[in-house]
Design a protein around this ligand. Sequence first.
Ligand code: PMP
Length: 345
Amino acid sequence: MMSLEKLVRRNIRNMKPYSSARNEFHGTASVFLDANENPWNTTYNRYPDPLQMELKERVSKLKEVETDSIFLGNGSDEAIDLVFRAFCDPGMDSVILIDPSYGMYEVCANLNNVECKKVLLNDKFDLDADKILALDNDWVKVVFLCSPNNPTGNCLNRDEIYKVLDKFHGIVIIDEAYVDFSSQPSFLTELNKFPNLIVLQTLSKAWGAAAIRLGMAFASPEIISVFNKIKYPYNVSKPSQEAALSILSDTEKMQKQLSQILFERSRIEKALTESPYFYKVYPSDANFLLVEVGNANNAYNYLVKKGIVVRNRNNITLCRGCLRITIGTPEENDILLDVMKSLPI
Ligand code: PMP
């Protein structure tokens, strides 16, 4: 790996971060006249903890990662954007994306005027590390891997991921938004071995908390301190921090919903594969299925007419004719399966 010192943009390395009132004061006090807040307690009159320490302690216990290796943000989308701002000089640097994958990597690249080099997945939606390594040069700062991948649903081959981690000179992101639904283990345990690794996870999927916008990035303390330097001072609101603490305390509820989603995933997969139309359902390690339906545009419109919204992936690389269908409640899945029986294909 190139030294972190060299990978971080020079202006970011040299800049002085904003120091908020809550950053500067350490200790105990009873009169807070330092942050121009409204003094009357209305639950939300005070700024929240900028580094969300109580929540990080909880995440630390749950994930067995030290708090200084954790960044919390406004969804993992915030961490994705910070990666560009930390490591990629606009108009100069580039990143490598697998194709197809989650759309926000490219959107953030465009937003930050950073070139995307795309590496096509193979016909099993899997990764060839050599294709990525062939594009490696001093201006390629980051590789984005997503496993389980969106929209394909599969985990990427672990040996190929290790090869990228071993040989790529820059930062490697492994986006594990869907890892809780997978039979494969997280790469969190590899953080100490690979100083160039950033693992992304989120409360938006298995934890059932998309609305609170709480994403997690795990990496070396050095990378996390770069994120802390450039993030908005109070990037996670107090209601979100409180909600996350409460949601993370109920692992049992999450596990119960998770098993139900996995059960339903198999049930829908079986029903669609065995239906009179013999839909092709791609193997999934996530909470959605990629289903080849023939004419995806017609199928999508038909489902909408019946009040069911899925994601039309017809125009996505390697996904022609495909819908991405999220696993719903058993009742919702019954409605879907019923309508799929009469789909015009
Ligand atoms: N990564 C992937 C692969 C996703 O599919 C999504 C959301 N669809 C995200 C990240 C963003 O998650 P969050 O809600 O935490 O911003």
